[in-house]
Design a binder for this molecule. Structure first.
Ligand code: ACO
Ligand code: ZN
Length: 226
């Protein structure tokens, strides 16, 4: 025997029950028509964007048992720069970046991690820089701010006031949600360090992350301390 409260709770669970699509990784409510529609729209576009058909010329800068890393520079053939741009847009929309423009597009290097399933599951954009502001640890008094202080807090953890020399700026790093925590970001960064400047190996101190997201900060903190 069910009472009214029980019915309301069941209805709520149905409506908010979240499903993760096993192909595109989108989290949505399968019972909600609007959500279904949005998922269909996203699903096709997303999978088309990260699909990798193989290129006539590929600059393979690293190879692994589960994939390879390709480097794309702005003067590469159109098929390569177009794919790099397509994946960067996917990453940007997930990062909430409004602008698609890079600060110095002619110098940007894009690293793509292509999985053995022929999907671009990782994208990293690196640019030449001269200096950077070190990411600071969050001061204790800022740790229990209210949610609407988020922007303040975000800014607070980003910058020291004194710039320090750096050579390589990571303006974007993104890994497909279903491929995270398999060291793909780590391997892309290691590869940047050994290939970004020909004939030299960059130290972790010579790399800077611009405007890290919470995920980005957790990753960067781990990467830089190991
Ligand atoms: N939470 C806690 N620790 C983390 C997380 C996380 N979300 N992500 C990475 N780490 C730490 C872990 O210690 C991890 O090692 P472990 O898995 O053995 O515990 C270590 O970093 C290495 O992680 P990777 O597997 O190499 O990282 P991954 O391939 O999952 O990619 C990334 C990390 C790029 C941040 C991914 O989560 C992502 O694409 N997120 C969404 C986009 C984003 O926020 N990108 C960063 C933007 S900042 C910028 O672009 C400058
Ligand atoms: Zn999907």
């Amino acid at each position: 025997k069910q009472n009214d409260d029980q019915l309301i709770i069941d209805a709520g669970q149905k409506q908010f029950g979240a499903t993760t699509c096993g192909s595109c990784g989108m989290v949505y409510s399968a019972d909600n028509p609007e959500d279904n529609f949005q998922h269909n729209q996203f699903h096709q576009h997303f999978l088309e964007s990260i699909k990798f058909v193989g290129w006539k010329k590929e600059r393979v800068v690293a190879e692994f048992w589960d994939g390879k890393i390709l480097l794309v520079t702005p003067d590469d053939p159109k098929y390569a720069t177009r794919k790099a741009e397509e994946v960067r847009r996917v990453a940007d929309s997930e990062l909430g970046f409004q602008q698609v423009a890079l600060s110095r597009p002619a110098q940007a290097k894009t690293y793509l991690f292509v999985s053995s399933e022929r999907l671009v599951v990782g994208c990293l954009v690196a640019e030449h820089i001269r200096q950077a502001y070190r990411v600071l640890e969050l001061p204790d008094q800022q740790k229990n701010m209210r949610p609407n202080d988020f922007m303040e807090r975000h800014r607070a953890w980003c910058c020291s006031t004194a710039p320090e020399p750096a050579l390589c700026g990571i303006s974007r790093i993104w890994v497909f949600s279903l491929a995270r925590r398999r060291s793909i970001a780590t391997r892309m960064l290691d590869t940047v360090r050994s290939t970004f400047i020909f004939g030299s190996h960059l130290t972790k101190d010579e790399i800077a992350f611009s405007d890290p997201t919470p995920d980005g900060k957790l990753f960067a903190t781990k990467y830089c301390n190991t």
